[in-house]
Ligand binder design. Structure first.
Ligand code: ADP
Ligand code: MG
Length: 345
């Protein structure tokens, strides 16, 4: 009797010790530092758990600086960027650019192959004509679209260690469908290199959840209602060490004669992808894959999109169709929670 009492006491002590340790650990890492910046044409938000708020703020700042470096290289609008340098070329001579930009162009071409052309980094002309028309809510002429579609062949790109040459003068590169995802991954790398183990990095619809939110409970990420936008979460899912990236027809668009013209373009038609989909979310190990695949699956449509994601390892997807049906790939069964009853699986 006495012995078991002693044992009981020891158990309590051991338990108390662990609880104290746990509390100590959380309070040590519990300071949350967060910052927002407008970057890469969107709202960036980074939050980290760090031993102190000032340390946290310092690493968040470093992560934003890393994203800014990528923006300065890969933006299609900043005049000094590598992409602007490429797009302003007047002849066929090689253009010296940063290795990092070269590697993302190369990745873009790789993704074009595996998505069978749904993703294409040479849509610059097409993106530009749709963008300028978006401002005055007009549909570009069919002729201008057909003209732009003549110059999207990435086969005319040639690269070596430090330069690119392009055998087609009219071709324009746009990394708008890949740079944000890459930037999220690089920001996360920066945080990890600075000993951060718990963070959330978000650039527009591209998010990475690093580690756990607290005490082994994962980050909870929400997917918004495509019709109502932010603050109207319809699906929740727990995530840790995963990227979650969403592309939707509700992000940038105009409506003309009842048709929604959005910013995800189908390289076979030159028009915004027009199918049953309204939102595509990819859950993957890296945000670059999520960024590219969310755009590509949006172009592929529901059936081909699901089939494509099922053929990829360690990638899952949530596709929402215009009739409010939520379609998921096999890896997500029983893992998501729909909290809005107007949507169903
Ligand atoms: P967002 O930038 O709003 O997150 P996406 O990640 O879906 O949206 O990327 C869309 C952007 O990618 C467009 O704004 C355009 O710059 C570019 N883009 C559009 N269609 C394609 C495509 N089929 N392949 C590659 N890039 C595309
Ligand atoms: Mg994308």
């Amino acid at each position: 009797m006495k012995r078991s009492h002693a044992k009981f006491n020891v158990t309590i002590l051991v338990l108390l010790f662990f609880i104290t340790m746990l509390v100590a650990c959380t309070s040590q890492t519990e300071k949350l530092a967060k910052q927002n910046q407008f970057i890469l044409g969107t709202y960036g938000h980074i939050q980290v758990h760090a031993p102190s708020e000032s340390k946290g703020n310092r690493v968040v700042q470093l992560a934003f600086e890393r994203i800014r470096e990528i923006e300065n290289l890969m933006s299609a609008t900043l005049r000094e960027s590598d992409i602007s340098k490429i797009n302003a070329r007047m002849d066929y001579s090689p253009i010296e650019i940063d290795r990092e930009t070269l590697s993302i162009i190369q990745k873009g071409i790789f993704f074009e192959k595996i998505t069978e052309g749904a993703f294409n980094i040479a849509l610059g002309n097409l993106i530009d004509i749709w963008d300028t028309h978006k401002e005055d809510k007009k549909i570009p002429s069919n002729d201008s679209i057909l003209h732009a579609l003549k110059y999207i062949d990435t086969g005319s790109l040639q690269m070596n260690n430090n330069a690119i040459s392009i055998s087609c003068l009219n071709l324009q590169i746009n990394l708008g469908g890949i740079a944000k995802g890459y930037a999220v991954d690089e920001a996360v790398k920066t945080l990890i290199a600075n000993n951060v183990t718990s963070a959330l990095v978000s650039l527009g619809g591209d998010i990475y959840a690093l580690g756990y939110r607290t005490n082994k409970s994962p980050w909870i990420v929400g997917i918004q209602n495509p019709k109502l936008g932010q603050n109207n979460v319809i699906i929740k899912l727990p995530l840790s060490n995963k990227a979650i990236v969403t592309s939707g027809d509700y992000e940038r668009y105009f409506i003309k004669d009842g048709i929604r013209y959005h910013h995800i373009l189908d390289p076979t038609t030159g028009y915004p992808a027009d199918n049953q989909l309204t939102s595509v979310t990819i859950i993957s190990d890296s945000a670059i894959v999520g960024d590219v695949f969310s755009t590509a699956v949006f172009v592929m449509g529901l059936e081909k999109g699901i089939e494509f994601i099922e053929s990829q390892s360690r990638v899952d997807a949530i596709l929402i169709t215009k009739d409010n049906i939520v379609h998921i790939t096999s890896g997500l069964e029983n893992k998501i929670e729909i909290i809005d009853s107007t949507f169903s699986l």
